[in-house]
Write a protein of this length. Structure first.
Ligand code: NAD
Length: 483
């Protein structure tokens, strides 16, 4: 059954716990990538709206920061429960504006909700330290306190989770937030606001400012002296720009940027595990993920067997409108993303890669690109240097461990890598030689709210989730005391 009726949508700005149109009255359209129809016209925040959000956040901070952590925790826990209670509606909205198929959208919804549960648990564990100074006779006291207003900027590939991964730790730490969701997918974040209200989040603490003119709006917010944190998830290029802007006010930066994930499949790997794991790492979210497998290195002795099995698994996926039953793979988010994927495939073929599956843009409406497998991909193909961000599995072969480790590390990125080996010792040794913030060993999925998510090198700064996630929104204060 296809559910086509449009649900009730929030389309105004959310400032100080109230819905309002943009001061200048501007709006922009949000499209359904499956059929290119307009889902909604959303208010486009301008500078005056940013000022209103900053004032609201500043007014909300003292009370929130002073509340006992347990009180903050209980509100976050209710937010988790409410997201679960409304998971079908949230998942449906994610599919509508992002395109991803229903199972992916539900996976994202549950993952997004989990950050509220995890940080409800972390809110009461902001530990510090008290210790005698080695020589001075003083006591060294160290505590963490809320950093201040946090500016949050999120991408379109996970409209709910990339937001909750920042909102939950910020609130747990005692900080108000102003969030600017991606212009392609603002509706999901707006739809979460009534749930946060119902959970008990006070007005002014979370403000949502969609816009298409992100640069000037975010720049204005980051120059307000009341803002102390910029937490960004998106491309490395925009991350660099925001780091430069952050320098003006010496903001605390948390940057979750691009990736170019290698998958290394050794000849002793269990092939079922390796194919299932690679499918998960490649096709979760249609490949539109910073964690998506971008370069698949398979040992020469098993390359043909692995490629055949992976191709069969990719061929079994059904492409279509993500809301329809039986659809595994929806459209990409917009025409530009689809066209970029098509260009990368053409480039790889022109350089000598072999097409094993897919590879052609289908006719008709919607930004569809089919599951595609490329074998014998030359290392200099653009799709091995840049993020593919689409459902294209690009396979290379190797025969020597040192060589494959060097090739896997040969990128400016360092977000996540995946290793498949039946020999745990060998697998672990290779994991430790990979310059990546996260490594999946015999697993194609590493994201876990309880673990520190983040990258090395140009994949970012800081960590989200785990114990570290809340510290991104806190300042460390040391008091030298004598008594
Ligand atoms: P993007 O960098 O174009 O946009 C991300 C966000 O930044 C959006 O909200 C956008 O509107 C905003 N933005 C764009 N230009 C801006 C500017 N000049 N000033 C302020 N804000 C600006 O990225 P995208 O295309 O939306 O997302 C895809 C990228 O995100 C990929 O590179 C992917 O790897 C990365 N990503 C990283 C992670 C991670 O955790 N490391 C997670 C998801 C996505």
């Amino acid at each position: 059954m296809t559910q086509t009726a449009t649900p009730h949508l929030e389309t105004d700005l959310y400032i100080d716990g109230a819905w309002r149109p943009a001061t200048g009255g501007a709006r922009f359209d949000v499209l359904n990538p499956a059929d290119e129809t307009v889902i909604a016209s959303v208010a486009a925040a301008d500078i005056d709206d940013a000022d209103a959000a900053l004032d609201a956040a500043a007014a909300a901070m003292p009370d929130w920061a002073a509340r006992p952590p347990r009180e903050r925790a209980e509100i976050l826990r209710r937010a988790f429960e409410l997201m679960h209670a409304h998971k079908e509606d949230i998942a449906r909205l994610i599919t509508l504006e992002n395109g991803k198929a229903r199972a992916d959208a539900m996976g994202e919804t549950l993952y997004a909700a989990e950050f509220f549960r995890w940080f409800a648990e972390e809110a009461v564990r902001a530990d510090g330290m008290l210790t005698p100074a080695p020589a001075s006779g003083a006591r060294i006291m160290v505590q963490h306190r809320p950093a201040g207003i946090a500016a949050l900027v999120t991408p379109w590939n996970y409209p709910a989770a990339m937001g909750t991964r920042k909102i939950a730790p910020a609130l747990a730490a005692g900080c108000p937030v102003i969030i600017k969701p991606a212009a392609e997918t603002p509706l999901t974040m707006l739809a979460l606001m009534p749930l946060l209200e119902e959970a008990g989040v006070p007005r002014g603490l979370v403000n949502v400012l969609p816009t298409r003119a992100s640069g000037p709006l975010v720049d204005h917010i980051m120059h307000d002296p009341r803002v102390r944190v910029i937490s960004f998830t998106g491309s490395t290029g925009v991350g660099r720009t925001l780091l430069r802007t952050a320098a003006d006010q010496v903001l605390k930066p948390a940057m979750e940027l691009g990736g170019n994930a290698p998958v290394v499949v050794f000849d002793d790997a269990d092939l079922d595990t390796a194919v299932t794991g690679t499918m998960l790492a490649k096709m979760r979210n249609l490949g539109e993920a910073c964690t998506a497998a971008n370069r698949i290195y398979v040992h020469r002795d098993i390359a043909e067997d692995f490629t055949r099995r992976l191709t069969d698994a990719m061929a079994a996926l059904t492409l279509g409108n993500g809301l329809e039953d039986g659809v595994d793979v929806g459209p990409l988010v917009n025409a530009a993303t689809r066209d970029k994927v098509a260009e990368l495939v053409e480039d790889a073929l022109a350089r000598g890669a072999t097409l094993r599956l897919g590879g052609a843009v289908p006719d008709g409406k919607g930004f569809f690109y089919p599951p595609t497998v490329l074998a014998e991909v030359p290392p200099d193909a653009l799709c091995q240097r840049e993020e593919i961000f689409g459902p294209v599995a690009a396979i290379q072969t190797f025969s020597d461990t040192d060589d494959v480790v060097a090739r896997a590390n040969d990128t400016e990125y360092g977000l996540v890598a995946y290793v498949f080996s039946g020999d745990f010792r060998r697998g672990l040794q290779v994991c430790e030689r990979l310059d990546y913030g996260m490594v999946g060993l015999n697993r194609g999925l590493v994201s876990d709210p309880a673990a520190p998510f983040g990258g090395m090198k140009q994949s970012g700064l800081g960590r989200e989730g785990g114990h570290e996630g809340m510290l991104e929104f806190m300042e460390t204060q040391y008091i030298s005391a004598e008594w």
